[in-house]
Each structure stands twice: as C-alpha cells, then as structure tokens.
Ligand binder design. Structure first.
Ligand SMILES: NC(=O)c1ccc[n+]([C@@H]2O[C@H](COP(=O)([O-])OP(=O)(O)OC[C@H]3O[C@@H](n4cnc5c(N)ncnc54)[C@H](O)[C@@H]3O)[C@@H](O)[C@H]2O)c1
Length: 323
C-alpha cells in the first residue's frame, strides 16, 4: 500500500519519509513547499506540490498514486505567529485538515496519522502529562491542533476512519545534517544562534517552582518521532474501522533549561560562556513532561535516543547550514 505524507518536505516530515521508506513502505510526499524544501525529498519518492486546502488535487493524487493512508504532518507551527495571525492558522491547520478529511472520505482512504502537539495541554498541572490530562491550549496554534483531534475523532466515529493523533513533546536533533531543522523556534537552535553571534544564551526565568528554578521539558529526538509514525501507520493497517488513538510521543524524562544550556555549551566547546538569565516569557509553563506509558502499551514503541544524540546531531546540522 502507498502512504501520502503531507508536509514530507519539512523538518519532521522528511524524517518520517526516511523512516518509512527505509522500513520498506511506499511513500508519496504532498507539500506546498511554504516552509519545506524539495531537496529534502529523497530521489525515487514522488513529490506532489500543492496545498492541503486543494481538495481536487488531493483526490487526484489519491487516485493516481493508489493511496491507502495519509500521514498528515503539514501545518503552520509557530506559536507567536499564531497569536498575530489566528485566521491564517485556523485556515491552514483546521480548514486544511477538514479539506483533507473530505478528500479522504470521498476517495475511500481510511487511515490517518496526525501530527498533534503537547501544545494542546497548555499549562498542565501534572508531574507527568497523560493523554487524559485536561487540554487547555494557550495559543491559537494549540487550539488548531486540539480542534484537529476532535475533527478526526468525529470522522472516525461517523465514517469508519482509523486514526492516530500523535502529540509530540519537544522535538530536536536530526538523522543527517541535511535534514536538520532550518527554523530557530526551539531552545537548542536558539542557543546555537546566540553562540554564533558571540552572545550569551538566554534563560527566560529562573524563579519557577522547579528544582533549579528553570522550566522543565521533555525533549525527544526527531528520529524517535519518525519511528513512532511508522509504528502507528503499521498499527492502523491492521486496526478495525473507527479506531481512534491519541498518543503522547515523549521520553517521559524532564530536563531543565539550565541543564540543556549547560549540555549544549559543553557539546559545542563553549564551556567558558555563562548563560544570561532574563525575565520569564509570558505563557511558558513551569513543567511539561510526557507520560509515555500509553504509546508503549499500544504500539510497543519507546524512545531510543538521548539528549546528547539530539544536541550533537542538531549542532552538526547547524554547522552544515551556517558553515
Ligand atoms: N517541530 C516541533 O517542535 C513540533 C512540535 C509539535 C508538533 N509539531 C507539528 O509537526 C508538524 C511538522 O512540523 P515541522 O517542525 O516539521 O515544520 P516544518 O515547517 O518544517 O514542516 C511543515 C511542512 O508542511 C508544509 N506545509 C505547510 N502548510 C501546508 C499546506 N497548506 N499544504 C501543504 N503543505 C504544507 C511545509 O511546506 C513544510 O514542508 C506540524 O504539524 C507541527 O505543528 C512540530
């Protein structure tokens, strides 16, 4: 069977394509190249350039490539931008998904793996966040992901769709330098950017109610994210109609911002640099760490790579892009 990977020319999508093709799955990439690049798509994997808002093109692609399932990764993902441009985010992420579901229903494509996010939880009041922790997203971006999950669950109930929503925690690292993240929206590339500019990396607040006062997050290697998609896709191939899974993808281990910055400084040979502590950023929760029990039980999946793998590979990718 053939899988359509939307957003397969982006950072995470390219890793999913790599993991699926290496495991012998046949894959077609569908991407509008708004933030992705065609050079991330391996030769031999067809690339259809188009938007998930284009139902006709989706239906034609399903027919022409004999698609049986979709891994829907395409979306806009910047929290800050979503606050400034909520209508754009709702159109791209919610209307885009709705259009995809309509095309899938019309074409009889019944398997869907969906990129969700820990942003659906907002400021969770839990030591370990389980999939049953209440979802109170704090940004239009997080809202679009939660609404996406609702849309999918409703379509699974009504139309027999089989679906898995994967809530990624903090994604980092790269399989190869060429596939590394090009954006500077997360802690690790933000530290690299400061170091490259000869500036001290910033820690936003050290007065949180955490062991060292800085925020605690669950970092997960993008290759582990990719292998979770492969496991979910294979599971759906055998699942009964109407199956609807919601799964955290994290390591279940918290790391503080200070610990991460110290590790990054060590890995990149900047031990002499002292980070600068500044005021808290609005909207940063103190601690967001996954419980990864459900995905282990449901898919037999667990993360295999550690913080050093993430930082080392992200740094190689940064050096590759920035010389
Ligand atoms: N990177 C993270 O830390 C993170 C964390 C949680 C969830 N996610 C989710 O993972 C997914 C991928 O994120 P990423 O980091 O790889 O981002 P990315 O920007 O690198 O990739 C997104 C891809 O989707 C494509 N795309 C965007 N809008 C499209 C549209 N309307 N039609 C077709 N293609 C479109 C882009 O061209 C790009 O190739 C997103 O859904 C994001 O919300 C990412």
């Amino acid at each position: 069977m053939n899988w359509l990977v939307t957003g397969g020319a982006g950072y995470i999508g390219a890793h999913v394509v790599r993991a699926m093709t290496e495991a012998g799955e046949r894959v077609v990439v569908y991407d509008d190249l708004s933030t992705g690049t065609a050079d991330r798509v391996p030769s031999g994997v067809p690339l259809v350039v188009g938007s998930v808002l284009d139902q006709q093109l989706l239906e034609r692609t399903f027919r022409e490539h004999d698609i049986a399932g979709v891994v829907h990764i395409a979306a806009k993902k910047q929290v800050g931008e979503s606050v400034e441009r909520p209508l754009y985010y709702y159109r791209e992420n919610v209307t885009g998904l709705q259009t995809l579901l309509e095309a899938m229903t019309a074409a009889g494509v019944d398997r869907l793996v969906f990129s969700s996010s820990a942003a659906v939880y907002g400021m969770p009041d839990a030591d370990l966040v389980t999939e049953d922790t209440p979802c109170v997203p704090m940004s239009p971006y997080g809202e679009t992901k939660l609404i996406g999950e609702w849309l999918i669950a409703a379509a699974a109930r009504a139309h027999g769709l089989k679906a898995a929503a994967l809530r990624y925690f903090n994604v980092a690292g790269a399989a190869t330098p060429e596939l590394s993240d090009t954006g500077v929206f997360n802690l690790i590339p933000m530290v690299f950017e400061r170091l490259e500019a000869g500036a001290a990396p910033r820690i936003f607040g050290d007065d949180y109610d955490t062991p060292d006062g800085t925020c605690v997050r669950d970092y997960i290697h993008v290759e582990d994210i990719a292998s979770a998609h492969l496991a979910a896709a294979r599971r759906l191939a055998e699942a009964p109609a109407g199956t609807s899974l919601t799964l955290n993808i994290g390591r279940g281990e918290g790391s503080s911002v200070r610990e991460m910055v110290d590790r990054i400084l060590k890995t990149t040979g900047h031990e002499d640099v002292t980070p600068e502590v500044t005021a808290r950023r609005p909207g940063d929760p103190a601690r967001v760490v996954a419980s990864a029990d459900r995905i282990r039980a449901e898919l037999g999946w667990s993360a295999r790579r550690d913080l050093d793998d993430m930082i080392r590979s992200a740094w190689q990718g940064w050096r590759h892009r920035h010389g």
